[in-house]
Design a protein around this ligand. Structure first.
Ligand code: FUL
Length: 474
């Protein structure tokens, strides 16, 4: 019934840079500026560089903590809304070199990321409350492009340029019309491998900062906005004209079902990123010293984001010393340990794998390889896959991944486990996409069945993983 539509939908696939980005899965945000010293969330641009004294700053400590959590990248607020720059820029004196600290933090962090083998990304706030050129059109664009050029040429490879659309200028405030297309062109020229996130064409803001996720997360969405008025009203994130015309609101619950897409002529691959902080604020506040999110909450967000076809950007704010607080460091290590234990050994390679549907040339055994070269495609949009481990096990999680080079196809699936000689449905899901993690709650069984109930043409599965329960949280 949907054949023509489905064919069109699955023709939308990610760019190479989007695939590489998605494979990072989980990466850190570091919010650090004069706000850390003024105890605020938004600076007003009048802060003196003399207050910036993170004398114990150690970028390696940050990177080690990030790696311990299992994160694969780090995005640094090189300039937040207050305009204070964490690097040695020639475009403004309002920068770290004129503070008592006097060292180029972007240099130290990007070097530490390189050494630690994780990706490095830059957050550069378009809204700048210090720059006198802000609100003066091209003059500010020239300044902004100059800053962008410094960041994208002097600090090695960048995986993400994170553009924040927040702008708190009131009714009489300065109005700057950003030349987004020009910014994007500079990024494509200088760092063709970088994704432009949030106010940009490559990675979509999930629509909230609390860590909430959608039940069904689609990467294929309409190009244009439904109503430009509503989108700028509902979302703090403005973007180019094209962006403002987008027919989806970042906060809408259903962005990509067939019902939403059926009358859309222009579609794009635009995957979601979930961003939230490990603490109540984006910046560190002494009064919130002990308010680090509990492990169970972080695990839950991880499972719903990384395991829900999104990426997870978790903010950890350094203290006035320039170090991550010991509470945060401890929590990150706990999270890393949890993830490590929970996904320690995939039982599928030693299991008996069967599939009721015929194959179209790609073997079911390929789904243990987790590579886009080897995958499995049943010849119909429904399939039952059975996984029989050698012995009865208590199971923690199941992972299914689609080969996103073939777009996102699965619309609905279910997971059953064998109990007392018959299958019992344990989970009913919607989308799979890049990755779906299904909690199995420690259930004891010797057979798991995945039922793909509906798919936009034949499902292309690139990986299946079944894991023993680590005895915590699942
Ligand atoms: C928002 C900003 O206003 C916050 O300060 C923070 O940077 C967050 C990630 O984005 O729009």
């Amino acid at each position: 019934m949907y054949m023509e539509l489905d064919k069109r939908l699955v023709s939308v696939v990610p760019s190479e840079r989007q695939v590489r980005f998605q494979q990072l899965e989980f990466y850190a945000f570091i919010h650090f500026t004069v706000n850390t010293f003024t105890d605020r969330e938004w600076g007003d641009g009048t802060e003196s560089p003399s207050i910036f004294t993170p004398m114990k700053l150690d970028a390696q400590q940050w990177v080690n903590a990030v790696i311990s959590a299992g994160m694969r990248g780090l995005i640094l607020t090189c300039k937040h809304h207050d305009g204070f720059c964490l690097w040695d820029t020639k475009f403004t004196g309002h920068n770290v070199m004129n503070s008592p600290f006097g060292r180029d933090i972007v240099r130290e962090v990007s070097d530490a990321c390189k050494e630690g083998g994780i990706a490095f990304g830059v957050y550069l706030s378009p809204w700048d409350r210090n720059c006198p050129l802000y609100g003066r059109g091209k003059e500010y664009d020239d300044f902004f492009v100059g800053q962008l050029t410094e960041l994208l040429t002097n600090y090695g490879k960048v995986f993400s340029v994170w553009f924040d659309g927040a702008c708190g200028e009131g009714a009489n405030g300065k109005k700057q019309y950003y030349d987004w297309e020009r910014y994007y062109a500079v990024i494509r020229r200088l760092q063709p491998g970088a994704c432009i996130s949030v106010c940009g064409p490559d990675v979509r803001w999930c629509g909230n900062e609390a860590g909430h996720t959608r039940n069904a997360e689609w990467s294929v969405v309409p190009l244009r906005a439904r109503d430009s008025e509503i989108i700028s009203e509902k979302s703090q994130h403005e973007d180019s004209t094209e962006f403002r015309q987008r027919r989806v609101d970042a906060r809408d619950e259903d962005l990509g079902s067939r019902a939403v897409l059926k009358n859309e002529s222009e579609l794009i691959w635009y995957p979601a990123e979930v961003n939230t902080s490990i603490r109540p604020g984006w910046f560190y506040h002494e009064s919130e010293n002990d308010r680090v999110r509990p492990l169970s909450e972080l695990v839950d967000i991880y499972i719903r984001s990384v395991g829900g076809n999104a990426t997870f950007l978790l903010n950890i704010p350094p203290t006035k010393d320039g170090l991550l607080h010991e509470n945060d460091v401890k929590r990150l290590a706990e999270l890393g340990e949890f993830l490590h234990k929970s996904f320690a050994e995939n039982l599928v390679p030693d299991s008996e794998l069967t599939c009721e549907s015929e194959l179209t040339g790609f073997g079911i055994e390929n789904v243990i390889k987790d590579s886009y070269e080897s995958w499995y495609m049943p010849n119909s949009s429904n399939a039952d896959i059975q996984i029989k481990p050698p012995r009865t096990e208590k199971l923690g999680y199941l992972i299914i991944k689609e080969n996103i080079l073939k777009s996102q196809r699965i619309e609905s699936f279910a997971v059953d486990v064998m109990k007392g000689g018959c299958f019992r449905e344990l989970f009913r899901g919607t989308t799979v996409g890049y990755k779906r993690i299904v909690p199995l709650g420690g259930i004891e069984t010797d057979c798991v069945r995945i039922r793909i109930n509906d798919s936009r043409t034949m499902p292309a599965i690139s990986f299946i993983g079944v894991y023993r329960s680590a005895g915590i949280n699942n």
